[in-house]
Design a protein around this ligand. Structure first.
Ligand code: NAD
Length: 357
């Protein structure tokens, strides 16, 4: 297979971790007989510095011409002024919009070798394997009216929680399809006891559930879910939520594994659209340039890319197995070493390549 990928290293540790993911993709492509063509482009703070635009036209053009996009991270203190007219995150929001991706998939899987790194009790996290599906294009983040005004001499801010039935149905279907390929369970998280938007969410979720009688479905309120994730995380398979609740719950869930540096994500849209793959962590400016960042989340994002955008399941599994083997052999970067011996970013990438080779 001939594969065209756009790489967007971005800011902070982004270039370091994307380099390692590329190394691993090269090894897997070589092993399975594929040819990879890379186009590396600017996004985020570095794009603002060089072009004044967090998502330059050339970057967008390259992404739209490719089979999939792998991103490092954007942002950092240099571009943090909240009053600045252009900000790195705008590049991220725009690329998601332009690619038409509406579902963010975040697997939260506890590697056996790292179960003890979790802040939760080991017996509680062992075997946790949740797929979070967060809606990306609606909700409080995009609903209108939104804004701020002065009412009776007081500052007032307001946003609108809004979903239409099509937006809900398409993300629910992604969740149900995933559940079918996994353990056949889906939890839809809402706040239907209080919010009208979430009553529509639940109604539509139930309608879509009728199409999937083989999937065991449950409704959960977001406040209850926040508790269940801590006291019984291994009960969940696929969890589908709106944009706002998903933002918060998926970060909470990520802590179950004990390291941000381990968690990949995929943002996908309708069939045939171009997927965007990135680690869930940020640009980690505190460790940028030191060669100590954990590249595994980005490497695992590369595995998701192989599976979701290219349908290369055996290749994706080979990468995931290599990562599990490297961890089982005791190799760690600083963030997961618990004070023990730590490898650098490139050394960790090399270990994964060796395990693959
Ligand atoms: P962060 O995820 O960058 O870092 C949080 C902590 O985790 C830091 O101590 C960091 O060193 C550590 N960490 C993160 N990734 C790591 C890795 N791969 N290996 C080892 N340690 C790692 O979050 P933050 O500090 O809140 O944000 C820093 C910048 O990143 C901000 O400008 C923020 O806006 C941006 N950000 C970008 C994204 C994105 O690009 N998708 C996401 C979140 C934050």
């Amino acid at each position: 297979m001939e594969i065209k990928l756009t790489l967007l290293p971005g800011d902070g540790i982004g270039p370091e971790i994307v380099t390692e993911a590329r190394k691993v993709l090269d090894v897997v492509a070589n092993r399975f007989g594929h040819t990879l063509y890379y186009n590396t482009q600017l996004i985020g703070g570095i794009a603002i510095d060089e072009t004044g635009d967090p998502l330059p036209e050339e970057t967008l053009g390259a992404c739209l011409q490719s089979d999939a996009v792998l991103l490092g991270a954007v942002g950092g203190p240099k571009w943090d002024d909240p009053k600045a007219a252009v900000r790195p995150e705008q590049g991220l929001l725009r690329i998601r919009k332009e690619l038409g991706v509406f579902a963010n998939l975040r697997p939260v899987k506890v590697f056996e070798a790292l179960a003890e790194a979790s802040p939760l009790k080991t017996e509680r996290v062992r075997g946790v394997d949740i797929m979070f599906v967060r809606e990306l294009t609606g909700d409080l983040y995009f609903g209108t009216p939104r804004g701020r005004e002065i009412v009776n001499g007081k500052r007032v801010g307001f946003n609108t929680m809004r979903y239409d039935e099509d937006e809900i149905a398409r993300v629910m279907r992604i969740g149900f399809e995933l559940a079918r390929q996994r353990r056949g369970k889906l939890a839809s998280v809402d706040k239907a006891n209080v919010l009208e938007t979430m009553r529509v969410w639940r109604e539509v979720a139930h309608e879509v559930a009728q199409e999937y009688p083989d999937v065991q479905y449950e409704d959960l309120l977001v406040d209850a879910m926040a508790m269940y994730l801590i006291n019984r995380p291994s009960d969940f398979d696929v969890v589908v939520t709106g944009n706002m609740f998903g933002d918060i719950l998926s970060d909470e869930a990520s802590m179950i594994t004990g390291s941000l540096g381990m968690l990949p994500s995929a943002s996908i849209g309708a069939d045939g659209s171009i997927g965007l793959y990135e680690p869930i962590h940020g640009s980690a400016p505190d460790i940028a340039g030191k060669g100590i960042a954990n590249p595994l989340a980005t490497i695992l994002s590369g595995a998701m890319l192989l599976r979701w955008s290219l349908g290369l399941h055996a290749e994706a599994e080979a990468v995931e197995t290599a990562v599990a083997q490297v961890l089982a052999a005791g190799h760690r970067t600083g963030d997961i070493a618990a004070g023990g011996k730590a490898l650098g970013t490139a050394e960790m990438g090399d270990k994964v390549c060796e395990a693959l080779g």
